[in-house]
Design a protein around this ligand. Structure first.
Ligand code: ZN
Length: 428
């Protein structure tokens, strides 16, 4: 093993993006975790291998074994195998699956949830984690903080506001803040108060925008009047029309779009006022059947240009538009490109992206890792996969004479840990 590879493989990591469940949910599920809980994102490749619209959660074990053979060499598949070998010393082969379930259960046995997290974070060498609990109701976010290790920081995320088809997200805002939301200005006030509640915990790291799963990333700059018209359409869905959809109480998301865009603009203003970083999902969408074209980071240029004091952490290398994100990050000093999840989606492309970015922009701007997964043992495979990819890139640069060994170590320090610590203001 080369010196730089050995250096990378033992390095602590900053996990820029994750969806960990927390102690309570781990405790509730602990008896049911089996070998399939190591799959992480691999479910989507299983579905891809199955073809058409097959529910891979409902197939037989024999069918699962057949599909696994087809996906075991993809990025998602290799991460599962890496994790299984690192944690249990067992390759993730169908004839070893029962052994893996037993080994996982043995590793969890006798440990509290906090101890399970400590064990897995040590195995993955994770120092800090930015966690996105999008599934928790807004009003329980602050209370959920003690359910995570002290090295975890949280994101504020409420994508439903930006593609609302009814009043549901505004009722959630009202519940969380105790403030009735009768108008757009009331909604903005509640939005700001809800962010304030999370800031009060001292563990808010970023605002997260994952709306690419619901709508495209083009954000216009509507007037308050335009936003109010849209808001009134949501409050009184029958007024002004008699279509079946309106009579059913739901408004076409496009008609409420000025409201969503107006609130996004106010959200960026808040980020600017309080120096809160903004993390945005760009590029590939998890699962299957996603509307990929709408997720291009290029659509964000007007926002990036307007809010120059806001620091943007743009996710997932924007794959398949990694080079495009590299150019954006070079052009816009307020953009940090993030390789979170990218090493699992497409490890080869992740290496090419990192190579291109290292030639184009300061290494102090690139975020090297985020596991983007839900269970602490899945982090182990994803962390290893990222380190292997980063080591491949740096090793080639040392061997080619482009970097000295000291250069490569300095770049590794930044990609793996320092850039995240500096960006999020987290020290030793
Ligand atoms: Zn995510």
């Amino acid at each position: 093993m080369s010196d730089i590879r050995a250096y990378v493989m033992q390095h602590e990591l900053f996990n820029h993006h994750d969806h960990q469940q927390g102690y309570t949910e781990i405790e509730q599920g602990r008896d049911g975790y089996d070998f399939t809980s190591l799959f992480g994102y691999a479910d989507a490749d299983l579905a891809c291998a199955a073809g058409t619209d097959v529910d891979v959660k409902a197939i037989s074990r024999q069918e699962l074994a057949t599909l696994w053979q087809a996906i075991r060499l993809t990025g998602y598949g290799r991460a599962v195998d890496l994790g299984s070998r690192a944690l249990f010393g067992i390759p993730f082969a169908p004839d070893r699956w029962d052994e893996i379930t037993a080994a996982l259960q043995a590793r969890l046995a006798g440990k509290s949830s906090a101890e399970i997290y400590a064990d897995m974070l040590a195995a993955a060498q994770i120092k800090w984690t930015i966690n996105d609990c999008y599934w928790l109701p807004l009003e329980s976010w602050s209370a959920a903080m003690p359910s995570f290790p002290s090295s975890y920081r949280a994101t504020w995320r409420m994508d439903e506001l930006f593609s609302a088809v009814d009043m549901t997200p505004f009722k959630a805002l009202a519940r969380a803040t105790g403030r009735n939301v009768y108008s757009v200005s009331g909604a903005v006030q509640a939005l700001n108060e809800a962010i304030g509640l999370m800031q009060a915990t001292g563990r808010l790291a970023a605002i997260k925008i994952g709306m690419a799963y619901q709508r495209d990333l083009t954000i216009t700059d509507p007037t308050l009047h335009e936003a109010e018209l849209a808001f009134n359409g949501l409050r009184n869905p029958v007024v002004g029309g008699t279509s079946l959809q309106q009579r059913s109480g739901a408004v076409d998301a496009r008609t409420a779009r000025p409201l969503g865009d107006y609130l996004l603009q106010r959200l960026f203003e808040r980020a600017s006022d309080d120096n809160i970083p903004v993390q945005i999902h760009t590029g590939y969408l998890a699962g299957s059947w996603g509307a990929l074209e709408a997720t291009r980071a290029m659509r964000l240029l007007p926002v990036l240009d307007k809010y120059r004091s806001v620091r943007f952490d743009l996710f997932h290398a924007s794959w398949p538009w990694c080079a495009e994100l590299g150019a954006i990050a070079k052009e816009f000093p307020n953009v940090w490109p993030d390789l979170c999840w990218m090493w699992a989606m497409n490890p080869g492309e992740a290496e090419r992206a990192l190579d291109g970015w290292l030639d184009a922009m300061p290494f102090t701007k690139i975020f090297g890792f985020g596991s983007d997964t839900g269970l602490p043992w899945c982090v182990v495979g994803y962390a290893l996969q990222a380190k292997i990819g980063i080591a491949n890139v740096l090793e080639r640069r040392v061997r080619g004479g482009l970097y000295s060994e000291a250069d490569a170590r300095e770049v590794a320090d930044h990609l793996l840990l320092l850039n995240g610590q500096i960006f999020f203001g987290l020290g030793d």
